[in-house]
Design a protein around this ligand. Structure first.
Ligand SMILES: [Zn+2]
Length: 249
């Protein structure tokens, strides 16, 4: 695997698994839902000012409006947990890597994240096991391809989110999601010069999926499907992230 990186061959960063469900409830339940989840409040943060340009794409758009992305509510914190089992280095190292990358995504999108701490939860990308509607915290974890088959081949990570509609406005928002990183790829990178930057880039790419970015055809963007050495979000990625930070509450 390390030879592949050094020789400059591309490494597929991720695949994306998405699920969607519709929540339709009577008016009273909906009002309670709105109270509990703070729909109608003000955004917790502001997206960054970024120069225009580049290219980006959304994983999902609202029904009947291809310009409006499905996004997380900017009025609620995105709660997440980390399972550092399988990450290179110490659990603290893993938490630090995640915290730094999450802070970058938060700064650009204006979305606020709330770290709930470590967990023993294991990732799964099986549709029937994705915690649809249960609103479990986002799980950021490491696994090998024996446990998570979506990591088979040259896949370094998987990221995605689950969208749910509140019913009244028919508007879809992400309510939970996952990022799963390939522990073998990260082990190899841990031994390489410049490996830390690659670990960070893979995580940023998957967090891009988590907040709603899809792949683009331009290798200048971090959301290109293959890892071609782009170390950070580029101009188009950043414009997409800003748009995803302006979702409906
Ligand atoms: Zn990807």
């Amino acid at each position: 695997m390390s030879e592949r990186w050094r020789s400059g061959l591309v490494l597929l960063i991720s695949t994306v698994v998405l699920a969607a469900m519709v929540f339709v409830g009577p008016g009273d339940e909906l009002a309670a839902f709105r109270r509990v989840f703070g729909i109608g409040q003000d955004p917790l943060g502001d997206p960054a000012d970024v120069p225009p340009g580049g290219t980006y794409a959304f994983l999902q758009t609202q029904r009947g409006d291809a310009d409006e992305p499905v996004a997380w509510s900017p009025c609620r914190e995105i709660r997440y947990q980390v399972n550092p089992d399988g990450a290179p280095g110490s659990a603290n190292d893993a938490e630090e890597l995640v915290a730094d990358a999450v802070a970058d995504v938060s700064q650009i999108t204006g979305l606020r994240f709330d770290y709930l701490g470590r967990t023993d939860r294991r990732p799964s990308w099986k549709a029937d096991l994705v915690p649809m509607g249960r609103k479990e915290p986002v799980l950021i974890a490491w696994a090998d391809e024996d446990e998570v088959e979506e990591l088979e081949g040259n896949v370094a990570g998987v990221g995605g989110a689950v969208a749910q509609s509140s019913g009244a406005d028919g508007w879809f928002r992400y309510v939970t999601g996952q990022v799963t990183l390939d522990s073998e790829v990260y082990d190899d990178l841990d031994d390489e010069r410049g490996g830390e930057e690659q670990m960070r880039a893979i995580l940023l790419h998957e967090l891009g999926h988590l907040v709603g970015l899809d792949h683009v055809d331009s290798p200048a963007e971090l959301m290109y499907a293959d890892n071609v050495g782009q170390p950070d979000f580029a101009t188009g990625d950043r414009n997409g992230l800003v748009a995803l930070g302006r979702g409906r509450c």
